[in-house]
Write a protein that binds this ligand. Structure first.
Ligand SMILES: [Fe+2]
Ligand SMILES: [Fe+2]
Length: 162
């Protein structure tokens, strides 16, 4: 009954660090996209390639969260939080599908990418404040092992896409 949680602070990368590194990386891609979009005439091809890269990276990221991270959190986080996160993934997937259908970069793609960036920004904040906080305070979760599992699956999916 006098259980004290004395889990040491792990200096290594855990599942949340790994997922958050993806969040930061895709944020940089969105900033780069906005910069290209504002620079006008030049860079339609570059924008399209960048949009595709954003879509690919987010697709893999959402998949490893849904396959590995969210199920691992079932005991640690309220069901409502996980449901909300999945609904936000669904919203992002719909925007991604619309972006991928466009034949070329242009105002329509710019608007959709902006919308996706905003949706992802909101979702990332929810993950950081909600799910990551819950995960880190759940003593039964081995977040370092979970991080390794995420990384392995991510590499596998990226290999398939290449
Ligand atoms: Fe995420
Ligand atoms: Fe997510």
């Amino acid at each position: 009954m006098k259980e004290v949680n004395t889990m040491p602070q792990n200096p290594g990368k855990d599942a949340c660090d790994l997922l958050d590194a993806d969040h930061v990386a895709v944020k940089h891609l969105f900033v780069e996209y906005a910069r290209l979009a504002m620079s006008g005439a030049e860079g339609a091809d570059g924008r399209q390639a960048l949009a595709r890269r954003i879509c690919d990276e987010l697709t893999v990221h959402a998949q490893i969260e849904e396959e590995i991270f969210y199920p691992a959190l079932r005991q640690a986080a309220p069901a409502g939080l996980l449901e909300e996160a999945k609904a936000e993934h669904q919203e992002a997937k719909e925007l991604i599908a619309q972006i991928e259908q466009l034949p070329a970069a242009g105002p329509e793609m710019d608007a959709l990418v902006t919308k996706l960036a905003q949706a992802i920004e909101h979702h990332v904040k929810e993950e950081r404040d909600g799910l990551f906080t819950k995960a880190r305070s759940a003593p039964q979760l081995d977040l370092v092992a979970l991080g390794e599992q995420l990384k392995e699956r991510q590499q596998e999916l990226q290999g398939q896409a290449a």
